[in-house]
Design a protein around this ligand. Structure first.
Ligand SMILES: Nc1nc2c(ncn2[C@@H]2O[C@H](COP(=O)(O)OP(=O)(O)OP(=O)(O)O)[C@@H](O)[C@H]2O)c(=O)[nH]1
Length: 521
């Protein structure tokens, strides 16, 4: 489990190499739970250069009930969930089966997460294993004292698995410091003509960029440095948040010298434009962690103008140092206290990228932004313990696939309402996407509702959303193309960071009892 390495990291500024001893590094692990989670971790693992650089100092794990799936992937650390219950077979799209299988492996999971500082957990919501398995892993990691960043996909509409996804997200959110969601349906909408697995890989790319971007912020020595404590500061800011990653090169940046303003507009739009982001406005963020890696074309002035967009310096009355420092004798604490930091906090890291032979400007940007929105539904949110009593009369578990093992179901006190449709995940079943004109995102799509109200997924809200989803499925909701936008940037993901009081208290024992999992009919 220990990564027994010394990490050589190339600092592109002057080509200087810096060494960090393993025992000085925070322990970071990335865990993929279930098929989608496994694929995302494997995608990250195979990214060119990743394992030669920051990935070297991180442990990667894939957990799954399906042993075959594990065996087909490269990632070296594999854990079979529910060996006794399922004998290496999948959870059959039954989230209770997946939950029980994960609970069976809890000792191994606890051992893996023990002593970790930062745990990334990735899973596909809607399937049998990852939906609840991920929240059990997250809880174990939280109990081990780690910062937990969870990254999940929401199911395609045609799968009819939103109910299961809600259960998964609700539980995962409780045990995560940040939750990033990627709507698979939007991947379909933005890449209608992509071959199916290539489309899935676009989501995997977003997940993997988010993870590697954050690891880079912590691990890579930069000219202006950031580290794990900076990440903690930003995540502790609370509120909804986002992680954005963008890599730009060439055309759009060509006019950086002649038209810096215009180019900065372009970069800002590229970084922040996303259908998900429009439902949680980055302009409202109150804290940013920004890593810019750029070629020499990006001067002091350009950096100043670009970062000022995020810290909103233009909108503020920024006091000059000169006046305050004129008379140092009178600079008492009261005077200092009266100084207002009006805009968002910005923790900034910079690294110079070596210039290309053809001198093309290039730029990599990773941004963690927090504090968006007011969590207006927070006061309505019911603690899970309070809602648990409504699960006293469970009905038999319904699954769209036959259960792999009936004894697993009958052991289980949980019940989930059946979906109207079957889980269909397969290349042959994807409807060919029609040519559509991109349009502005609609405010009331099912997934935007989910994103907007995540902080208060109480029963009433859930019922309301289920009704909205049902309406959407019956055709009364806006058509798919209404939340299309011209391009799906790599930054199309959303973080949700619970405020301190919303986070589950650290517990001595895991709370994956039936009641705590909060699943009813
Ligand atoms: N973006 C993306 N989504 C995926 C991928 N594989 C599966 N999904 C989505 O994730 C959901 C859950 O699928 P899996 O992760 O395979 O399911 P599981 O958690 O392993 O559960 P079982 O197969 O029932 O054991 C699916 O319904 C899809 O929406 C993938 O490679 N990329």
């Amino acid at each position: 489990m220990e990564n027994d390495i010394v990490l050589p990291v190339l600092n592109a500024n002057g080509g200087k190499s810096e060494m960090k001893e393993t025992d000085q590094l925070e322990k970071i692990i990335v865990i993929g739970v279930g098929g989608a989670g496994n694929n995302a971790v494997d995608y990250l693992y195979k990214q060119p250069g990743y394992m030669d650089n920051v990935g070297k100092s991180v442990s990667h794990y894939i957990f799954n009930t399906d042993e075959n799936c594990l065996n087909n992937l490269q990632c070296e650390n594999k854990l079979v969930l529910g060996k006794n219950l399922l004998k290496g077979k999948g959870a059959g799209a039954n989230i209770n089966v997946g939950r029980n299988a994960t609970v069976e492996a809890i000792q191994e999971i606890t051992e893996i997460v023990s002593g970790t500082d930062l745990v990334f957990i990735t899973a596909g919501m809607g399937g049998g294993t990852g939906t609840l398995g991920s929240s059990i892993v997250a809880e174990a990691a939280k109990n081990a004292g780690a910062i937990v960043v969870s990254l999940v996909t929401l199911p395609f509409k045609y799968e009819n698995r939103m109910r299961e996804a809600y259960y998964g997200i609700k539980n995962l959110y409780r045990h995560s410091d940040s939750l990033i969601m990627i709507d698979n349906q939007k991947i379909v909408d933005f890449y209608p003509d992509y071959e199916y697995t290539r489309g899935l890989d676009e989501a995997n790319k977003i997940l993997s960029n988010a993870i590697s971007g954050v690891i880079k912020i912590i691990r890579n020595p930069t000219t202006i440095n950031t580290d794990f404590e900076d990440l903690k500061t930003i995540l502790n800011n609370g509120g909804k948040s986002q992680i954005l990653y963008r890599s730009l090169e060439g055309e759009g940046l060509d006019s950086i010298t002649e038209d810096p303003e215009g180019t900065i507009d372009y970069i800002y739009k590229e970084v922040t434009t996303s259908p998900l982001i429009t439902s949680s406005n980055i302009e409202q963020a109150t804290a940013f962690l920004i890593l810019l890696e750029c070629s020499s074309h990006f001067t002091q002035r350009i950096m100043d103008q670009f970062v000022s967009r995020f810290s909103r310096v233009k909108d503020q009355e920024v006091e000059s140092f000169d006046e305050l420092l004129e008379d140092l004798d009178s600079l008492d604490d009261d005077k200092i206290e009266s100084i207002q930091n009006n805009g968002p906090q910005v923790i900034f890291a910079y690294n110079k990228l070596p210039d290309n032979e053809d001198n093309t400007p290039r730029l990599n940007i990773t941004i963690v932004a927090t504090g968006m929105g007011s969590h207006s539904n927070k006061e309505n949110a019911q603690p899970i313990a309070q809602t648990a009593s409504s699960y006293q009369t469970p009905t038999p578990v319904a699954s769209s696939k036959p259960s792999t093992k009936s004894s697993v179901e009958s052991n289980d006190g949980l019940a989930i309402k059946p979906n109207n449709g079957a889980k269909v995940l397969g290349e042959t079943q994807v409807a060919p996407a029609a040519e559509k004109t991109p349009a502005a995102p609609a405010a009331n799509t099912a997934s935007n509702d989910l994103l907007a109200s995540l902080s208060s997924l109480d029963e009433a809200t859930m019922q309301q959303f289920l009704a909205a989803i049902k309406a959407a499925q019956q055709g009364s909701a806006p058509a798919t193309e209404e939340y299309r936008s011209p391009a799906l940037p790599e930054s199309s993901n959303l973080f949700v960071t619970p405020t301190t009081e919303e986070k589950a208290e650290p517990q001595n024992k895991l709370s994956f009892s039936d009641d705590d999992l909060d699943i009813d009919e």
